[in-house]
Structure formats: C-alpha cells, structure tokens
Design a protein around this ligand. Structure first.
Ligand code: 5GP
Ligand code: MN
Length: 333
C-alpha cells in the first residue's frame, strides 16, 4: 500500500478514472464524488461517477449529478466504464460490501484502487493507495486535502467548492458535531472564496421535500417511537405499511433518526426501517454510546462512533426483540 500523495506521480493524463461511493449516497458521498470528478476532469482525465444505487431527490441540484450512472438501473453502461478503468476511487466507504451488487466487480477489478474515507476499520489490504482517517469530519474534507496534496488547488472552482461544502455541511450536522475542527472552518472559509451560495446549499438539502414526508414524520413520532428512559434510548421502528401509505422514497427518511436526540435524557436513538429486501438500522448517539461497535457486534454494520448503520434479514418484530436484548448486554459490559 502506498501513500496517497503518490497517486499524482502515477496518474497519467489519458488514464480513465471511475469514482464510486456507498449505496444510497448521502450528501457527503455524492458531494465528495462529484467534487473529485470535477477536479479529475480539470486535470484532463476521462472520468465518470458510478453510484451503486439511486439517490435522494434532494441531491439532484448538485453540479454534475445528471452525469452520474446508477449501477442498479444502468448496469451494462456502468460495467463498460468499470472494465475500462485504470483507476478506481472509492469514497466514503471502508469496505466493498457497502457497494451492494457492485461488490463482486470492484473486488475483481484489475486496476489501481484508491480509498479515501473517514469510517473506522477500513479494508486497507484491498487498495493500492489509502487515505483513511476517522477523525476527519467528512470524505469531502479529505477530497479537499487530496486536491491540496496535488499542488493544483488553483483548479478549485465554484462547482467543486459547492459539492465539497454540501458534503462537509451535512456530515457535520451543519458544523455542529465534534468533528467540526478548526481545519473544517478554515476549509469552509476558503470555499466561500469561490462565491458559493451557501444559504441555497442548506435549503437545497434540508428544505426540499414534499408534504407527504412531513406528515410521515408526524405519524412516526406519534405512533412508532418508543422511549426507554432507563437506557437513555429511543427506538423508532417503521413497518412496510407506513412506507407504502406515505409513499416514502429514497432520502425521505434521512435525518429522522436524529429527532429523539432532542429529548432530554435520550442519548442514543435507533431507527429500523422495513425495506423490501432487508431491515435497515440507523444508530445515533450524543455522548459515550459507541454506535460503530454496537452496529458491528449485533447488526452486521458499522460506521462512526456517534453514527452508524446496520442491517438484518429478520422481521421487524424479531429485530425489535434482538435490539432490546443487545442494548441490555451492551450497556452492562
Ligand atoms: P445511516 O444511518 O445514515 O445509513 O449511516 C450512518 C453511518 O453509518 C454512515 O456513515 C454510513 O456510511 C455508515 N453505515 C450505514 N450502514 C452501514 C452498514 O451496513 N455497514 C457499515 N460498515 N457502515 C454503515
Ligand atoms: Mn461521510
């Protein structure tokens, strides 16, 4: 495995580049991928962004997103790019399994592989170049660093700045989480030098839903939230019927897991959603609850200390039972 700065010694101007991120990309995954995409194109290389799945409507304003290929719906086109790639950039995930049906292809690809990511416990042995740091606020911040390492930061423009701003803003909870370091603030100050419309970026992400989503949140908070004050924990479990009734789409449940953390005494919030093929968990904590270890140990997942996700093939009811058992065991140890 080589140092990330050596990428620039080896990247030749004609090398085709493919950029990927985790399935159901969030603003950091999409923002870092598009920020890098615009930069690589300015270096002169042919580049393409491939997402393992579709993405939320509230990302559709991002510069360049109309060129992103969805592997699930355009697999054949995506595969052509993947097989022709000389470089594969993997952003905002630590393990190929986070790319769903792309996992097999990415594992087998015979090209230079670069990981840039801020999740814990990266699968480093699968990559030629690794830039992994779980203390970083976001992958978008790391792409900014990466651009600086290249010595070509003068190529940053309004599109790159906009994409990276969106990623850092979303992954820091609008510059609120402890990961919002002095470096993050310095980076944002520099990005603002590119005349980005930051109030618009915030409202594009947070004020860009349909009525059904707000009604759904009202219903869920009223009827599906269980508070376990003895464990400082809240659990929201959403059955398939709710998803259908409110016509919930990709991205509509983003942020929902954070609501219970606004209640005094609640330090951990868990959200379970019944998706077609699996049950998806999200975990968030305020203080000393280690969401990453909890998700890894009990729900086949992982992530960060204060934010993680997991999944299970069991039913919603069976998951609730498992969760309560796991929580007790985890808090005792
Ligand atoms: P979310 O709850 O928004 O899906 O995910 C929260 C954090 O945990 C994100 O940083 C995400 O990348 C990570 N994460 C979510 N699901 C999984 C999973 O199944 N496995 C791993 N390793 N990380 C996950
Ligand atoms: Mn991220």
């Amino acid at each position: 495995m080589k140092r990330i700065t050596r990428v620039f010694e080896q990247l030749r101007p004609t090398d085709p580049v493919v950029i990927t991120m985790h399935q159901k990309p969030d603003p950091d995954a999409m923002g870092s991928a598009l920020g890098l995409y615009h930069f690589i194109k300015k270096l002169g290389n042919p580049a393409v962004v491939i997402s393992p799945t579709n993405w939320a409507d509230f990302l559709k304003w991002m510069p360049g997103i109309e060129e992103v290929i969805d592997f699930e719906s355009k697999g054949e086109i995506a595969k052509k790019y993947l097989f022709a790639a000389k470089w594969l950039f993997c952003l905002d995930y630590n393990n190929f399994s986070r790319t769903r049906y792309m996992e097999g292809i990415l594992t087998q690809m015979d090209c230079k592989k670069v990981l840039i990511d801020h999740h814990r416990e990266p699968q480093s042995e699968s990559f030629d170049f690794v830039y992994s740091d779980h203390t970083k606020s976001s992958t978008s911040e790391m792409i900014y660093d990466f651009i600086k390492f290249s010595g070509k930061a003068d190529l940053i423009d309004q599109d790159i700045a906009t994409c990276l701003y969106a990623g850092v803003m979303a992954d820091t909870g609008s510059f609120r989480f402890s990961s919002t370091s002095p470096d993050v603030h310095k980076m944002i100050a520099e990005l603002q030098g590119f005349d980005i419309d930051h109030p618009k970026i915030h409202s594009n992400i947070y004020d860009n839903f349909q009525e059904n989503r707000l009604r759904f949140i009202g219903h869920v908070l009223l009827n599906r939230m269980e508070l376990m004050y003895e464990y400082n924990t809240a659990l929201i479990a959403i059955p398939k019927a709710d998803i259908l009734r409110y016509q919930i789409k990709t991205g509509d449940t983003e942020g929902l897991v954070n609501f219970p953390l606004s209640i005094q005494g609640i330090e951990m919030a868990a959200l379970l959603i019944d998706r077609d093929e699996e049950r998806k968990w999200s975990f968030r904590s305020k203080e000393t609850f280690d969401c990453n270890t909890f998700a890894r140990k009990y729900f086949n997942g992982g992530g960060h200390y204060n934010a993680s996700g997991g999944r299970s093939s069991l039913s919603v009811d069976a998951n609730i039972v498992e969760f309560k058992k796991a929580l007790k065991e985890f808090l005792i140890n």
